[in-house]
Design a binder for this molecule. Structure first.
Ligand code: FAD
Length: 307
């Protein structure tokens, strides 16, 4: 155990936790240690007590994350279901902790007649993940509504930072290294609740019609290159439906790789690399990954033929 002092944190600490249980690809290796804090104060205590050399991986709903089959050699901080507080700082400003789901934020805000976060309804992640990724959909993005964020450093110190302290781009956020998001302050506009709820239903219907929402995936694997769509490039390179082990380029949306049941992380990563190489060969465009890939590979995994 890496705790430096007598244990006085209150959360749940596990060992060798299979990350396939906590990622939407349902694939990958184990985390050496896995901590689900009891609440924010408890998280600070845990971090304060932690060996400063311990590698950390923050995980919300794991909906944009591939943990390689050899696992993560450090501690996962799991926020979903742990940092869940949602409070109103004033009539229009929501404070929401990092482990609250995006769907809940969309639901709670529209219910109060506040608009602007409807796009979050179909994003199967947490607020922390949405901040880290600048998650967005159908023209909406996370950061335009953020006025401030609360962060924690690895000594367990809490900080309040203005949104302007972060460089925010398309699915990218650069902030202060060594700090992680524990809450967001979102300022929202008044609008019609019924229209916003209707918009949520429409956006969910559009997702169901165009994305393989019933299969294990991580959403879009690649960022869209400027002026184009990764899905179009992958489809026109003839890659839709391509399989490697248990991983497959979705027949429904070419920028999704789905786990058909028994994919290893190596199957998924190898297929991803093959798609990237083939699109570069056919179209001369290098697709950058949107998904985050972490952890250690297993030496002999993923030796499949490209079907
Ligand atoms: C079916 C499907 C559809 C999707 N559609 C969309 C979409 O329309 N738009 C979109 O943007 N994304 C989409 N995604 C991807 C994903 O849902 C988003 O990127 C989401 O924001 C990730 O949130 P998470 O909590 O699951 O993050 P995780 O996957 O747990 O983590 C993602 C990254 O954020 C980091 N992170 C997590 N929490 C914190 C924190 N508190 N502080 C600092 N870093 C943190 C992690 O370390 C990791 O690097 C989709 C995924 C799926 C499976």
């Amino acid at each position: 155990m890496a705790a430096r002092t007598a244990q006085h944190w209150r959360g749940e600490l596990g060992y060798d936790e299979p990350m396939a249980r906590h990622t939407s690809w349902r694939a990958g290796g184990a985390a050496r240690r896995f901590y689900k804090p009891a609440d924010l104060a408890d998280l600070c205590t845990f971090l304060h007590d932690l060996d400063p050399a311990e590698p950390l991986l923050w995980v919300g709903l794991g909906s944009n994350l591939l943990v390689r089959d050899g696992g993560f050699p450090g501690t996962v901080i799991f926020t979903f279901g742990a940092l869940t507080a949602l409070d109103w700082l004033d009539d229009n400003t929501l404070r929401v902790e990092a482990g609250a789901s995006c769907a809940r934020v969309a639901r709670e805000t529209t219910r109060r007649g506040l608009i602007g976060m409807e796009f979050l309804a179909g994003i199967p992640g947490t607020m922390g993940g949405a901040l880290a990724m600048n998650a967005g959909a159908f023209g909406g993005e996370t950061w335009p509504r953020v006025t401030a964020v609360e962060t924690v450093d690895r000594h367990g110190r809490l900080l309040l930072r203005k949104a302007a302290e972060f460089q925010v781009g398309y699915r990218s956020v650069a902030g202060v290294p060594g700090e992680w998001f524990v809450a967001a302050h979102l300022r929202l506009e008044r609008g019609a609740a019924a229209a916003a709820q209707q918009r949520i239903r429409e956006l969910l219907d559009r997702r169901g019609a165009t994305q393989p929402t019933q299969q294990y995936s991580c959403g879009s694997v690649f960022r869209n290159p400027p002026g184009d769509y990764a899905a179009r490039l992958i489809e026109t390179a003839g890659l839709k439906g391509t399989r490697l082990g248990g991983a497959q380029v979705s027949e429904k949306h070419a920028n999704f790789i789905v786990n058909t049941g028994n994919a290893s992380a190596a199957d998924i990563e190898t297929l991803l690399l093959q798609v990237q190489a083939e699109v570069a060969r056919v179209h001369g465009v290098y697709l950058e990954t949107e998904v985050r890939i972490v952890g250690e590979a297993v030496a002999d995994a993923g030796r499949h033929e490209y079907e």
